[in-house]
Design a protein. Structure first.
Length: 396
């Protein structure tokens, strides 16, 4: 009986191994191509041609000081860092924050913000430097006028000295609008350095490209199933593609745009109107790249009815660390987000234009696999030392 028992045990063990092997997802050539389309990461950090201070070490150092400066808000009650908190992945972790008033939109993370081409949930700005000016002047946020901003910079010895050393003009000799642009470009130069590092997914993609089976085996099986669903039947890559996991555009995904008291958030529809009327857009003289593609892109934007209720399609990098979700912070967890797409209410989708979304009708296990995959898209910020020494020269 003993040899027979051992034989049965070996047979059962062999069957278990085969079953486990068969349960592993097999990626088709098409799926592999889609997976590799999300790599490599991190990206090359290219300077913004519309901002001549992009990549400048002294402007980056000055921009970091401005980012943390409370006096750039009325009554000095908050800074950029108050909502975009470094220890919270440069967001705030609440559905809606409060500046000088309760805000209508959720605070997005600034990690990898330099990889975007439209800024804000509605794309009302076409450069990071113009977007950086917006909250300073917005009444519900930092609530300063351009004259007050100039006074803040001019009356603070450190800020004034730093301004003159970076931009080669004393703030008192610069008009209010030019001064705002200088500040916006320094703020943008700093934010461009906020790049996340390679994730477990990136390591798997590199192993897949190299056909390194040993390295591929380190990636969780559940994440592989979720990845196969993401690039396959879920068709999530239709909107979340490329190394930054976003097409950088806007969509209506059935999230309410009502904001109470009979008010609605028109999303991209209103954003285009604001963009085209913005004196800091790339069609205006403050653009340092006179013949660039950004100018051409903005020139071709037209407000259309189908843009009503569309909002930015965010990057999925670090998505597990940046809850809550959506433009209004209405979905608290990744489970809620995956559930939203699984049980999507098609009646809430915009009917003008091509229909690209459908309910995924995921099983409980499929939802868990997809969430496991999404959790592998997180990584800490790359270590970036602020090299600028300009402010040290301003200190007594």
């Amino acid at each position: 009986m003993r040899p027979l028992f051992l034989g049965l045990l070996l047979t059962v063990g062999t069957f278990t191994c085969v079953a486990a092997e068969e349960s592993r997802p097999i990626f088709t050539d098409e799926e592999k191509a889609k997976i590799l389309g999300h790599s490599p990461w991190p990206p090359n950090i290219n300077s913004d041609p519309s901002n001549r201070f992009s990549g400048d070490a002294d402007a980056i150092a000055y921009g970091k000081v401005l980012f943390e400066e409370m006096t750039l808000s009325k009554d000095a009650i908050l800074s950029c860092a108050s909502c975009h908190q470094p220890d919270r992945h440069f967001m705030d972790g609440v559905p809606l924050n409060r500046g000088h008033e309760l805000l209508d939109r959720h605070t997005p993370s600034l990690i990898n913000v330099g990889q975007q081409r439209w800024f804000g949930w509605d794309g009302a700005n076409d450069s990071l430097w113009a977007q950086s000016i917006r909250p300073i002047l917005t009444a519900s946020e930092m609530n300063l006028t351009s004259a007050e901003v100039k006074a803040v910079i001019g009356n603070d010895p450190l800020l004034s000295c730093g301004f003159e050393r970076v931009f080669k003009h004393p703030p008192k000799d610069v008009n209010e609008q030019d001064l705002l642009v200088f500040l916006g470009k320094a703020l943008a130069a700093y934010q461009e350095t906020l790049i996340s590092g390679p994730t477990p997914f990136d390591k798997f993609a590199a192993a897949l490209a190299a056909e390194d089976m040993e390295a591929m085996a380190e990636y969780p099986e559940s994440a592989k199933h979720g990845l196969k669903l993401f690039v396959g039947d879920g068709n999530c890559g239709l909107c979340h593609f490329g190394p930054n996991f976003t097409n950088g555009e806007f969509g209506n995904i059935g999230i309410s745009y009502f904001i109470g008291k009979g008010k609605v958030d028109t999303g991209r529809h209103g954003g285009i109107k604001s963009l085209l009327g913005n004196p800091f857009n790339l069609l205006e003289p403050y653009n340092d790249d006179e013949g660039g593609s950004g100018k051409l892109r903005t020139a071709h934007v037209k407000q259309q009815y189908r843009n009503w209720g569309e909002f930015k399609i965010p990057s999925l990098r670090n998505v597990a660390e940046t809850a809550p979700y959506m433009h209004n912070g209405s979905l608290a967890t990744l489970e809620d987000v995956v559930g939203h797409y699984s049980e999507l209410n098609e009646e809430r989708l915009h009917t003008d234009g091509e229909k690209i979304l459908r309910p995924l009708n995921l099983s409980h296990q499929e939802k868990n696999h997809l969430i496991t995959f999404l959790r592998t898209l997180s990584a800490p910020l790359l270590e970036t030392e602020i090299q600028g020494q300009i402010l040290d020269q301003c200190k007594p």
